[in-house]
Design a protein around this ligand. Structure first.
Ligand code: NAD
Length: 292
């Protein structure tokens, strides 16, 4: 499938002052839908890469992208996929693939993006989702622990976004990049102390604004999603806490964790062409309770 046709539009209309006459007119790749646009929110024909989609939130997102007609979804993950991934792959023949990738290596990420284009002819969306946390009091963190968190959550997300942007620009594709941030980018996780994790997620949410500004002229949109508590291996401890029922009784909101697939609609929207004027924002998906 060839990349979408490139439509370069002139951003300025007319020139009058001597300064304007000297400056070259900027051009931009407009994301504005054309007259024949199908306004149904859909990922029809799109090739989407999701980091860390072998399990957890990433796998939930892959499920919802496939349910909304994504042509192909690639999981870029460090570890071999398990049974849950295999079951989804079997239910969607040739539409869900795993590529080994360590997102903390820029070289590795660039290569995998090249491999996707070699295999599928294009790439339309990149979800920088792989991440990790560590719960302990701030005064106990040592430098190697901090570096591990920032390497994966910040550097990894940065490499994925920039690798995708380079490829979108090279192919003239109006791509979409979505980061998985976190409600901890706004406020502390009161269920477990994790100051560096909140810092990494604040960085990710903030980077999306500037990427969105820098790459808008290329027709590239960049946004983030901030989940609250989602039921994955990262949050196994939350429902086991002795005071969980008490917290739920007094906190209000939805007294449960989310199924990873419940986040998917927000990602599908941001990855779709219906979000043509949506860039530089964060969507919290937290059921109130995860917004502690
Ligand atoms: N679970 C939650 O409640 C929650 C809430 C807010 C934000 N998040 C964020 O959502 C994202 C996914 O979390 P999850 O709960 O699904 O975690 P998870 O641990 O279940 O899944 C993380 C995935 O990332 C992969 N991964 C780890 N290191 C990698 C690397 N270097 N390169 C490529 N892949 C790598 C893992 O193999 C795994 O498949 C993370 O960024 C996390 O911070 C999770």
């Amino acid at each position: 499938m060839p990349p979408a046709a490139v439509t370069l539009q002139n951003a300025t209309v007319g020139t009058s002052s001597p300064v304007e006459q000297l400056a070259p007119n900027p051009v931009f790749l407009s994301t504005e839908p054309g007259p024949e646009f199908d306004w149904k929110i859909s990922l029809r024909g799109k090739v989407i890469a999701i980091t860390g989609a072998n399990r957890g939130i990433g796998l939930g997102l892959a499920t919802v992208c496939l349910a909304n007609d994504a042509a192909e979804v690639y999981s870029l993950d460090l570890f071999e996929p398990g049974e849950e991934f295999q079951a989804l792959a079997n239910a969607n023949p040739k539409r869900l693939r795993y590529l080994h990738c360590d997102v903390t290596s820029e070289e590795n990420v660039l290569k995998v993006v090249d491999d996707i284009v070699a295999e599928s002819g294009r790439i339309d969306g990149m979800v920088a989702n792989a991440g990790m946390t560590k719960h302990q009091p701030a005064l106990k963190f040592d430098r190697p622990q901090l570096e591990q968190l920032f390497n994966l959550n910040v550097y990894g997300a940065y490499f994925c976004a920039t690798a995708a942007a380079k490829k979108f620009i090279e192919l003239g594709i109006k791509g979409s990049i979505v980061f998985t941030a976190s409600m901890t980018s706004y406020r502390p996780n009161r269920a477990a102390p994790s100051a560096p994790y909140g810092g990494t997620k604040g960085a990710v949410r903030n980077m999306a604004h500037t990427f969105a500004m820098e790459w808008a002229s290329h027709g590239i949109r960049v946004n983030s999603i901030s989940p609250g508590f989602v039921r994955t291996q990262m949050t196994y401890y939350v429902e086991k806490a002795a005071d969980w029922n008490l917290k739920m009784q007094y906190y209000g909101g939805m007294p449960r964790l989310a199924d990873p697939r419940e986040l998917g609609g927000a990602y599908v929207y941001l990855l779709s062409d219906c979000a043509s004027y949506t860039t530089g924002i964060d969507i919290p998906v937290a059921g109130i309770v995860g917004a502690w």
